[in-house]
Design a binder for this molecule. Structure first.
Ligand code: SF4
Length: 392
């Protein structure tokens, strides 16, 4: 325990900790001491604004569920030619962007399957059209796996794919597809996906070309504690070279309707420990988001005391993670209330983490609007009929 105290004090003082020390803290540090140290580090990083916790209004538009990669944890995809496969026409994607703008969204996450029918031109046309119609929306979309897929379907290098997507309007990459970057477990859950090293190579290439990203981690598919920390190390090493990861977003595997099944092998307390260790370990990544979508509101609030500075998004639409069982939903007023009752000042942010409006007191809150609400597992075909966001 003496060693744990020494490492914890050094980390709280801002010293860099090694992967071995991170593993020691993850497995042995008292939970609340870990949270306190993470909170000290968060407060030091954000200084005058440390009492603020941020949220975002955005929409995940899942443009196709057709996918050749068949990840075992995924409940969203359908194989090519499957009767339930679909790809949204551009008009539908634009309609959803328009609804999002009307409800105050500042960001669109376009994410979808690896359809063999979609080459680089489809993505260029889509991004260009959104950019032209809604220049105010940040296009924080796709991820390392999509770049690998497009490079295969279109016969381009990673660099060419990234340059062309960026030129068409993509602002930054989402951290999706990271799952777990340690190849032993990555092979178990997603044997057809690119290796962890290739995912990191794509991100490093993107950062070098000026396209930043986030990084994610899907916990709880059966990885060891050492592999959890190794996932963090792989990301920190790239960040040391590029500085291009804006935030780290861990979440937990959802076990419904997929081929991996089983159960989530990450408890809420393990999640909070990982969150706190991430804040201590990532001395080079500014932002840390707690996943309300997969862990619920209580863990979301607790996470703000375990190193997180961001409570994620209202999520006007989400179909992928929620198809596998995540059911947690909230409206904007509730999200603001959750932050305030966790003893933080809520602030709406943009994709770059700039504060758009700070709700210093309840008088600063927006007028309640029930339409600004999470819509999860609204998987596409029934979406329009069952869950209209904006009255026509
Ligand atoms: S997680 Fe993505 S890449 Fe994997 S099967 Fe699902 S849609 Fe395809």
């Amino acid at each position: 325990m003496a060693d744990v105290r020494v490492i914890l004090d050094r980390a709280a003082d801002g010293g860099r900790i090694s992967p071995e020390e991170a593993l020691t803290l993850y497995t042995e540090a008292p939970l609340h001491a870990l949270g306190r140290a993470a909170d000290v580090v968060r407060r030091r990083r954000f200084g005058d604004t440390a009492d603020i916790a941020t949220y975002l209004i955005d929409r995940n538009i899942n443009y196709t569920n057709v996918c050749v990669t068949a990840c075992k944890f995924c409940a969203f995809y359908r194989a090519p030619k499957h009767a339930e496969g679909w790809t949204h026409p551009l008009e539908e994607i634009l309609r959803r962007c328009g609804e999002a703008v009307e409800l105050g969204a500042t960001q669109i996450m376009l994410q979808g399957g690896h359809s063999p029918d979609l080459g680089i031109e489809w993505y260029e046309e889509t991004f260009s059209a959104i950019r032209a119609a809604y220049p105010q929306l940040a296009l924080h979309s796709l991820g390392g796996s999509e770049v690998v897929h497009i490079s295969r379907t279109s016969g381009l290098t990673f660099e060419e794919v990234i340059r062309r997507l960026h030129a068409a309007g993509l602002d930054s990459f989402a951290g999706a597809g990271a799952e777990i970057l340690v190849d032993r477990q990555r092979q178990v859950i997603a044997p057809l996906k690119e290796s962890g090293a290739v995912w990191l190579e794509v991100m490093e290439t993107a950062h070098r070309l000026g396209v930043e990203s986030t990084a994610t981690f899907m916990m709880g598919t059966g990885e060891t504690n050492a592999e959890r920390i190794e996932h963090l190390r792989l990301i920190r090493d790239v960040q040391d070279r590029t500085g291009g990861f804006r935030s780290f977003i861990p979440w937990t595997y959802q076990p419904e309707n997929n081929h991996l099944k089983g159960r989530t092998l990450a408890t809420p307390l393990e999640y909070l420990r990982l969150l706190a260790v991430a804040r201590l370990f990532f001395d080079n990544i500014a932002h840390l988001q707690v996943s309300q979508l997969t862990l619920g509101k209580e863990v979301g609030q607790l996470g703000l005391h375990y190193g997180a500075d961001d409570l994620g998004s209202v999520m006007l639409e989400e179909n992928v993670v929620s198809s596998a069982g995540a059911r947690h939903q909230w409206n904007l007023a509730e999200l603001i209330h959750l932050i305030r009752s966790a003893d933080r000042i809520p602030a709406q942010r943009d994709t770059l983490y700039n504060h758009l409006r700070v709700h210093w007191t309840p008088a600063d809150d927006p007028t309640p609007d029930d339409r600004i609400h999470s819509h999860v597992a609204s998987t596409a075909p029934a979406f329009r009929r069952d869950l209209p966001l904006v009255a026509s």
